[in-house]
Design a protein around this ligand. Sequence first.
Ligand code: APR
Length: 308
Amino acid sequence: MRAKVTVVGAGNVGATCALEVARRDYADVVLVDIVKNFPQGKALDMNQAAAVIGFQSTITGTNGYDETEGSEVVVITAGVPRKPGMSRDDLVTTNQNIVASVTKEIVKRSPKAIIIVVSNPLDAMCHVARAISKLPKERVFGMAGILDTARFSAFIAFETGMSIQDVKAMVLGGHGDQMVPVVSATTVGGVPLQQLVPQKKIDAMVERTRKGGGEIVNLLGTSAWYAPGAAAAQMVESIVLDQKRVLPCTAYLEGEYGVKNLYMGVPVVLGASGIEKIVKLTLSADEKKMMKASSAAVADVVKVLKAK
Ligand code: APR
């Protein structure tokens, strides 16, 4: 039997994630959105794409939550995306209300679900989903690190002319301009990045990664979806197939990496029970400093959340 995965928000990121999950054939997908006919239309289109792509998973579009009952994994992408000139943090109040109401509906029907939050500002929205769902921290976490790492990896591949498949990078911290690309843990084909690219160019790539989301917002007038949708789908896959991949995810930290009671991006083992382990990575003194600054920035946004 296939697993059941719900994606809330049938917009750019949600629809991309839904198709990425469905095409791998291990899960049926329920796609939820508040806009009438919208998720139904997207689901119908995807079910027809199945004939061409060649998968047997089904996608159900709905404006309600009854169809989501018994979902193993729920991806929350509902909310507003940013527009040029906005930071992710500018979305906090609007998306807090949306993520809170969606989480309530989800846990009513799927009390044992694993929730992956994608809506921004990501770290703060994880706090909202956890507070409302009351699920253990291992079952509520966010997608950001895979996306930020993918951006860094793409820039490294452009710069070196080497295959993106051989780039192993790691971007940690909050999903904001203070994120922490861990250069000391970045290699191409096993060779440390610092042996391949001069420091000045690495610094420029780090800066471009930090502003990577904004670069796309400026080009498109709205935020990215192909890489975010694929990144969320990779997390779903590691959970549903119990792959135990080591991926950078936004996890609730209780002292790990010197951060307490805050959601932040760190490497985790992702399997059938959600976050099975937080992997400890030794950071350089500079990287530790950056983690601290990033956690302060996340804490500032969390403070803005209204008590619910
Ligand atoms: N319940 C269900 N769906 C909702 C709700 C709600 N309460 N509120 C909004 N939505 C839906 C919208 O109708 C829309 O279809 O969420 C969808 C969001 O899609 P887009 O506007 O295309 O935004 P997208 O680019 O997918 O980004 C979604 O992910 O990456 C983040 O910053 C991004 O917070 C944003 C989220």
